[in-house]
Structure formats: structure tokens, C-alpha cells
Design a protein around this ligand. Structure first.
Ligand code: ADP
Length: 471
């Protein structure tokens, strides 16, 4: 049994893991960078060890230092959270070699599924639909042009090791292909150091719908339902909800089956996510499998009541899943909004700084996951995600209204955030109706910003006229 877990992460996900461990009576040791010395997880973990300076490569990505710290301090397992080392097969292998339990799947599974092209091959073999595209890797732009001609434009050139929307470019015709290939490859090389490229047909304005999977080391695999993550900015998720309003019950069942088939074919264990793009006719295609806990996991926890982090730890201990498929009941509707410290009016650029005042929302159906506190300084070195609000209600519209009320109540002073922007999103008719796809933000960002500006101006004018009246 695991007694002490080293948490190799920071921010809200580190807190999520610490809180879970408290309930399980497992001790926690947090490794942190000097930039995070005053952070909430450092204060709440039983033990905390500074392992380096702010840049991730000097702290959160230092594999050997992290493993040494675990061994020296009597930890028996490592939880990597998301990002950083969570999908690094080499790190998982080093943990195994040093007798530490990596809370996630095996190094082999991470390797196979983290390579998108090899994951595609596995899915094809197991009759999980994949996007039509290249068989295997493409070596240069010339070969890309040949394949594109065969599958038909538009196409999407993608990096096999890509993540976070990096290393992919669209090409709508033959004269765009060389540029698209070179740009995608250059971006892939600079972000993940892997220039392996493949090609998919570009699905026009698809929906992004994913399934949460849990598997144990005995071979039991269950699914915890879907999440619609189509509201994205530059291929990065902003809003996630479950169940998806777009797909029919018939499609949902078919997709769940395909997701289970995918996980079983891989021999998957731990928490994982099978991601699909879905076209307007509800044809769905596997795009990748994530082998870690995801930012949006609370959406699924809200509708199923399953503590996914707890299951992840139990699975790592070698225990069987606490649930059989028939035990999993999905009820109600949940939506997550990601609160970022960023300025929507300045191209969503990060806005680090000290939190001068903070009020967090609460109330029925509201869950807030955040590392913020009054006096905390949002660091410029890391992701701008500072809070997640999850609204849950029996019906979707009520969940939206609960979210709207929560956003209205939340106050953050000292840094810019996207709270107002997201608040206005809850009034967008397409969003309210649930008729949106991945092109939503491209089409609506400008409108939401203008709406916001107009609203602010009107308020200012009203205030001015009142002041005038008062003399
Ligand atoms: P990453 O690992 O970088 O997040 P994904 O393969 O998961 O990359 O894709 C991210 C997003 O890019 C998807 O959610 C979807 O919006 C878009 N996308 C990916 N593949 C396709 C495709 N074949 N056609 C259209 N859009 C796609």
C-alpha cells in the first residue's frame, strides 16, 4: 500500500491530489520551484522540498532530482498531475527502475499512445474509426502533396509527438502544402523535439468529444461518459461539459463502445481519455489518447460521483476498480469554465501579479478548484490557468445559470482575468442552445470583446450622468 506520495506538480492539480491523499490517509511530499515557495500546495502538503529555480527545466522537469528526492524522503509513489512529466515515458520508466510507483500507466503504454501515429495504427487494427489520412509517417512536403492528392483537400498536417494544439497546420490546396508541412514540422521540433509528421483529412468545424476511461491492472476497463470540449481557442480548451448536447444517444453509445475498445486494445490501465473529432453528421474519428488525469476531470466527477484521482491511486496500488460499468450512474449536467490570469483585450496575453483582493463563488452545484488566495502572486513562469469553476445541476440550462451567477460573484483584483469574457459567453444564444463546434471561438471572440467594451462604456456613461446630476 502507498504511504507517501511525491507530487511532481504545482497549482490547482497539486492541491487536488493533496486533498485526495488526506482522505486516503496517504502522506504527501510536494516538490516545488523557488517561484512557488509561497504557494498554497506548499503550505498544505505534509512535506515540501524546493528542487530548483522557476523555469520548468530547472525544477518541475528535473527527473533525476525528483526521483532522488522521493527516495531520500521515504516516498513510495509519484503523482505527476498533468503537463510537466505526466506523459513522459522516460520518467515513468525511471520511476519503475527505482522501485517507485508511477501513478499512471506503464512507460510502454505512454510510449505507444503518446506517439499519435502509432496510436492511430493500433486503433485502425481494432476497428476504432480514425480520420482518413496517411499510413505511417510522412518524410517530406513532396510526399505530403502526394498523399493529400489521394485523400483530398483540405488536410491537416500533424506532429506525431505534438500536444496542446502545437505542431499542426491546415492546407486547403496543393500550393499551401509545402508551407504547412515546414511550419508544422518546425513548430513540432521546437516544442516537443520530435519532427515525425503524419496527415489527416481536415474535418470541417468538428466537435471535440472525449470519453473518460478507467482501467485497472487486472484488465477491467470502464467508461465514465463523454465531455464536449469544442469551445477552444487556438486548439486549446476553454469550456468543457458533460453530457455533450450535440450527439444523439445512439452516437453516444457507439462512441463509448469504441472508446472502451480502444482502451482494451491497448491493455490500458489508470485514468485515461480517448479523444475524438465528430463531424456535423455525427461521424466520429479517434484522434488521440491522453494517458494522464485531465484538467477537465471534475466535469465527469460531477455527473458520476466517482473520485477519479482516488481511483488513479487505487489502480496504481494494484487494486481493482471500485466500480463495475453497471455501477456507474450518470446524472445531471456539468460544465467547467477555465479561469485564466490573462487579458482578453490584449490578445489573451498572460497577466501575472499579486492578488490584491479575492472573493470566490460558492453555492449549490458550484465547485471551485484554485490555488489562489489573497496576497498570492501569480507567477509569470507557468500556465495562466488559475481556477476552474464547475457548475452542476439536474438540467443543462440550470447549470449554465449557476455558472453565470458564480462568475458574477467571483472577484479577482490585481491581475486581469477572462472572468467577464466567460460571463458574457453564458449569454451567447448559440452557447445557451448548445449549438456550437470547434469554430465557435474563432467566430465569436471579437463579438464577445466588443459586447464587453460596449457594456463597459454604457456603464461609464451612466455613472457620469449620475455624477453630473449630483453636481
Ligand atoms: P493536441 O494533442 O495538440 O491537443 P489533438 O490531436 O488532440 O492535438 O487535436 C487538438 C484539436 O485540434 C482538436 O480538439 C480539434 O479541435 C483539432 N483537430 C485535430 N485533428 C483534427 C482533424 N483531423 N480535423 C479537424 N480538426 C482537428
Amino acid at each position: 500500500m502507498i504511504k507517501r506520495i511525491l507530487i511532481a506538480n504545482r497549482g490547482e492539480i497539486a492541491l487536488r491530489i493533496i486533498r485526495c491523499c488526506r482522505v486516503l490517509d496517504i502522506e504527501t511530499l510536494l516538490v516545488y520551484s523557488s517561484a512557488d515557495a509561497d504557494s498554497l500546495p506548499v503550505q498544505l502538503a505534509q512535506y515540501a522540498v524546493c528542487i530548483g529555480s522557476p523555469l520548468p527545466k530547472d525544477s518541475y522537469l528535473r527527473m533525476d532530482t525528483i526521483i532522488e528526492t522521493a527516495l531520500k524522503n521515504g516516498c513510495d509513489a509519484i503523482h505527476p498531475g498533468y503537463g510537466f512529466l505526466s506523459e513522459n515515458a522516460e520518467f515513468a520508466r525511471k520511476c519503475e527502475e527505482n522501485g517507485l510507483v508511477f501513478i499512471g500507466p506503464s512507460a510502454e503504454l505512454i510510449e505507444m499512445l503518446g506517439d499519435k501515429q502509432s496510436a492511430r495504427d493500433l486503433m485502425k487494427k481494432n476497428k476504432v474509426p480514425t480520420v482518413p489520412g496517411s499510413d505511417g509517417l510522412i518524410k517530406d512536403a513532396k510526399e505530403a502533396a502526394k498523399i493529400a492528392k489521394k485523400i483530398g483537400y483540405p488536410v491537416l498536417i500533424k506532429a506525431s509527438g505534438g500536444g496542446g494544439g502545437r505542431g499542426m497546420r491546415r492546407a486547403y490546396s496543393e500550393n499551401e502544402i509545402e508551407n504547412a508541412f515546414d511550419e508544422a514540422r518546425a513548430e513540432a521540433l521546437s516544442t516537443c523535439g520530435n519532427g515525425d509528421m503524419y496527415m489527416e483529412k481536415l474535418i470541417i468545424n468538428p466537435h471535440h468529444i472525449e470519453f473518460q476511461i478507467l482501467g485497472d491492472k487486472m484488465g477491467n476497463v470502464i467508461e465514465l461518459g463523454d465531455r464536449d470540449c469544442s469551445i477552444q481557442r487556438r486548439n486549446q480548451k476553454m469550456v468543457e461539459e458533460s453530457p455533450s448536447k450535440f450527439i444523439s444517444e445512439k452516437t453516444r453509445k457507439k462512441m463509448a463502445k469504441a472508446a472502451l475498445r480502444a482502451a482494451k486494445a491497448a491493455g490500458y490501465y489508470s485514468a485515461g481519455t480517448v479523444e475524438f473529432v465528430v463531424d456535423d453528421k455525427e461521424n466520429f474519428y479517434f484522434i488521440e489518447m491522453n494517458t494522464r488525469i485531465q484538467v477537465e476531470h471534475p466535469v465527469t466527477e460531477a455527473i458520476t460521483g466517482v473520485d477519479i484521482v482516488k481511483e488513479q491511486i487505487r489502480i496504481a496500488e494494484g487494486l481493482a476498480l471500485s466500480y463495475k460499468q453497471e455501477d456507474v450512474k450518470k446524472t445531471g449536467h456539468a460544465i467547467e469554465f477555465r479561469i485564466n490570469a490573462e487579458n482578453p483585450f490584449n490578445n489573451f496575453s498572460p497577466s501575472p501579479g499579486e492578488i490584491k483582493y479575492l472573493h470566490l463563488p460558492d453555492g449549490i452545484g458550484i465547485r471551485v478548484e484554485t490555488m489562489l488566495y489573497q496576497g498570492y502572486t501569480v507567477s509569470p513562469y507557468y500556465d495562466s490557468l488559475v481556477a476552474k469553476i464547475i457548475a452542476y445541476a439536474p438540467k443543462r440550462l440550470e447549470a449554465i445559470k449557476r455558472m453565470r451567477a458564480a462568475l458574477e460573484e467571483m472577484m479577482v483584483e490585481g491581475v486581469d482575468t477572462n472572468i467577464e469574457f466567460l460571463f458574457l459567453l453564458t449569454f451567447n444564444p448559440e452557447f445557451i442552445k448548445g449549438s456550437y463546434d470547434t469554430s465557435f471561438m474563432e467566430k465569436n471572440t471579437k463579438g464577445l470583446l466588443e459586447w464587453n467594451l460596449a457594456g463597459r462604456k454604457a456603464a461609464e456613461e451612466a455613472e457620469k450622468s449620475l455624477e453630473k446630476e449630483a453636481g
